[in-house]
Design a protein around this ligand. Structure first.
Ligand SMILES: CC(=O)N[C@H]1[C@@H](OP(=O)(O)OP(=O)(O)OC[C@H]2O[C@@H](n3ccc(=O)[nH]c3=O)[C@H](O)[C@@H]2O)O[C@H](CO)[C@@H](O)[C@@H]1O
Length: 369
């Protein structure tokens, strides 16, 4: 079987595409996979690093406002159509799967117009514009959230699969997770992250939470600030007289042990990117979600509301976030174990631990035999 996967721009589109590629290889070890991405995007580095063959085409995100730049970008997308046609002629795929982002548009469209079987995966509760346009051309669209179904025109093409998460998520014991971070398994643990790049507004609110927690031995903290604002966050802690190097606090630039941190967390605080949410649902963790306000078409708020609606999370909008109201919510939840347990159950109920298998099945059923 010969499969093209495509998706790019942010990690949010690349990691699911890589997970799908690897999932297909587990079921069909002799499958040939080619990843098409843009030459300039993060995928040009991440895909070869993951051991998957990569072909680069032209491409760039369309500016939201009409300008000269729009014409330039349009030209690149047009070039990508022609480049894709050459790749398709040579590779002759049995299936093309797109995960969104601007590169997926020209690739999936060209493949569909030439009659190759095509699929899409949508990560967010509010579908991206590329995937919405492509729906009419592809065989099926696999979605993460039931909420996104209403936003697509052609419902008969939609399959609810969820979003694949790393296999370690939800499969590590609390003891092992805490041990990995040098923390205690028998303490309440707060996990805070701002997504892969960090979130300045969460980092600005957290010192107040830490001030309240300073005297408490019963609550541990794992806080990944993100690389970009790590130094400024440490300076701000210092300026506020907060001694952050404590036995029961971990203030880090980036959490490379996210599955372990999630395993010992009792409450998650963070942004509402689709992968993060898929992870907290599979791990069954209650969340305080602060959607990134500048995400395209405010899609993170739609993601967050999907969990809130089922009682799995509370939402604070970024514009309303202050240290004191974050603390009030954290304290309110940490002091109500029964409420935390109910939220955890609701999160787990929404999780799709079998997402990758479901997606691979749709891929195998759709590909030319
Ligand atoms: C800013 C933005 O527009 N982000 C979008 C991007 O997500 P983006 O890729 O930025 O963020 P996600 O929340 O989806 O994923 C972050 C990933 O990084 C991991 N992580 C994070 C911090 C850390 O210290 N360690 C660590 O391992 C998380 O566990 C997760 O696996 O694509 C997603 C899917 O289309 C969208 O839903 C997001 O809205």
């Amino acid at each position: 079987m010969r499969v093209i996967v495509t998706g790019g721009g942010t990690g949010g589109h690349i990691y699911p595409a890589l997970a799908i590629a690897k999932g297909i290889l587990v079921h069909q070890p002799d499958a040939e996979i080619l990843y098409i991405g843009t030459r300039e995007g993060m995928e040009a580095r991440l895909v070869p690093e993951a051991g998957i063959e990569f072909a680069g085409v032209s491409g760039q995100g369309l500016p939201r406002k009409l300008s000269l730049e729009t014409l330039k970008v349009g030209g690149k997308s047009f070039k990508a159509l022609w480049e894709t046609k050459q790749i398709l002629k040579k590779f002759k795929p049995d299936l093309v799967v797109g995960t969104g982002g601007y590169v997926a548009g020209p690739v999936v469209l060209t493949a569909a117009l030439f009659g190759f079987p095509t699929l899409l995966h949508e990560q967010n509760a509010l579908p991206g514009i590329t995937n919405k346009i492509l729906t009419r051309f592809v065989r099926k669209v696999m979605v993460t959230f039931p909420e996104s179904i209403a936003h697509f025109g052609v419902r008969r093409k939609l399959v609810l699969t969820g979003l694949p998460v790393r296999p370690e998520i939800g499969n590590i014991s609390r003891e092992k997770g805490a041990g990995c971070l040098g923390l205690r398994p028998d303490c309440l643990t707060l996990l805070v992250t701002g997504g892969s790049r960090g979130a300045r507004s969460i980092n600005q609110a957290m010192p107040t939470v830490l001030k309240h927690l300073a005297g408490r031995k019963d609550i541990q903290v794992i806080w990944a600030t993100g690389k970009a604002t790590y130094q400024e966050t440490l300076e701000s802690l210092k300026a506020q007289g907060i001694q952050w190097q404590r036995e029961n606090w971990r203030v880090l630039e980036y959490l490379k042990d996210m599955p372990e941190a999630m395993a010992c967390a009792d409450l998650f605080v963070g942004r509402a990117g689709a992968t993060t949410l898929a992870e907290i649902m599979v791990a069954g963790k209650p969340g305080i979600l602060i959607p990134y306000p500048l995400a395209a078409e405010n899609h993170q708020e739609f993601n967050a509301r999907a969990l809130e609606k089922d009682g799995a999370a509370c939402v604070i909008l970024d514009k309303d976030l202050t240290g004191e109201n974050l603390w009030a919510l954290v304290q309110g939840l940490m002091e109500k174990p029964e409420k935390l347990r109910k939220m955890a159950q609701a999160a787990q109920g929404l999780g799709q631990p079998d997402a990758l298998n479901k997606i691979v099945k749709v891929c195998l059923d759709t590909a030319w035999k």
